[in-house]
Ligand binder design. Structure first.
Ligand SMILES: Nc1ncnc2c1ncn2[C@@H]1O[C@H](COP(=O)(O)OP(=O)(O)OP(=O)(O)O)[C@@H](O)[C@H]1O
Length: 312
């Protein structure tokens, strides 16, 4: 079976610094595939090369078997991209912008599909508003419609839900699942790891321009099964002690709950030793299954910026 996307030995440098270094992965038709990584890992640059908006220094990208450098027109029609930055034609009303975009891809007008996008993304009441008057959430919904207007077989979403409220995030993901069930392959990046966990059948993690993990989501999570310690502290901490950084420690509940992930090669005893050295007073200890967040910290040594906290 031809892959929906086949990336081979992909490289990109800016001003002599490599930011994508030999990235390789393939996505089968029908998958929802997550590409994750800390800020600056090279995800957007990779996506931009797939979308044909950034020049490929070395390597190849094939979309449903077609090389996106040699057969640019064909691959452009097969791919729909929602870019991270909000790049929009400021003064056009939504309605006109959608028509222009569908013409741009040379797609035959499909009125029913257009109507469905407008309805599912709740754009109907706003069709005549100029883009520079849209709220952030509405802009995102419009950008999803724009990415899909020419019925691409591969949909790429670069942080589609960054900064949007929970209700809209759920609505967008429901819609993405719906079109995925109907056959659209999806590649997405998100800073909301719980969403990646729920949405993606497989997840790749990039760091410093390289792919450092690529697994089915349950297997990725199993790496750290039962390797997460959740401590209730007798005295709340104001901040995570530096000595606990190796355990990806995080604080919650006003400093009363400290969570540690135990990396391979270390034991719960090592974690407890570090805690004793730091002098935290523990009221209660429990173990739990690690989530993608702990796996991510373990692999990259970094926290993804997300709705719950900042970067470390
Ligand atoms: N046009 C550009 N010119 C110079 N450097 C760039 C350009 N675009 C990206 N970079 C650099 O390339 C590196 C990778 O950036 P990229 O945006 O691909 O990362 P990312 O993983 O998408 O991060 P984020 O999650 O913050 O979007 C960063 O160091 C960034 O500063």
């Amino acid at each position: 079976m031809t892959n929906a996307l086949q990336i081979t030995d992909l490289w990109k440098s800016f001003a002599g610094t490599a930011v994508v270094k030999g990235v390789e992965f393939a996505i089968a038709p029908g998958e929802i595939f997550g590409l994750l990584g800390p800020n600056g890992a090279g995800k957007s640059t990779t996506i931009n090369m797939v979308a044909g908006v950034a020049r490929i220094d070395r390597g190849s990208v094939k979309v449903f078997g077609y090389d996106n450098q040699r057969e640019y027109r064909r691959t452009r029609r097969l791919v729909g991209v929602m870019h991270q930055e909000i790049v929009i034609d400021h003064f056009f009303p939504i309605d006109r912008a959608l028509r222009i975009h569908s013409g741009y891809y040379g797609a035959p007008a499909d009125a029913a599909w257009r109507e469905r996008l407008i309805e599912r993304l709740d754009l109907g009441p706003h069709l005549h508003k100029p883009m520079n008057k849209l709220s952030g959430g509405l802009k995102r919904r419009f950008m999803v419609a724009k990415a899909l207007i020419h019925k691409p077989r591969l949909l790429i979403l670069d942080e589609p839900t960054a900064g949007v409220d929970v209700e809209l995030r759920h609505g967008l993901w429901d819609f993405v699942r719906e079109i995925n069930h109907e056959g659209t392959t999806v590649l997405l990046t998100t800073h909301y790891l719980e969403e990646a966990e729920q949405m993606c059948g497989r997840i790749a993690i990039m760091n410093h321009g390289e792919l450092i993990a690529l697994e089915r989501t349950p297997e990725l999570l199993r790496r750290l099964e039962n390797r997460c310690l959740v401590l209730t502290l007798s005295r709340p901490l104001g901040q995570v002690p530096a000595e606990l950084a190796a355990f990806g420690a995080t604080l919650e509940a006003g400093g009363e709950t400290l969570t540690l992930a135990i990396p391979p090669g270390k034991t719960a005893g090592d974690a407890l030793g570090a805690l004793t050295r730091v002098g935290v007073e523990i009221a209660e200890i429990e173990t739990r299954k690690a989530g993608l967040e702990e796996v991510f910290i373990e692999l990259t040594g970094m926290r993804v910026k997300n709705g719950r906290g900042g970067e470390r």
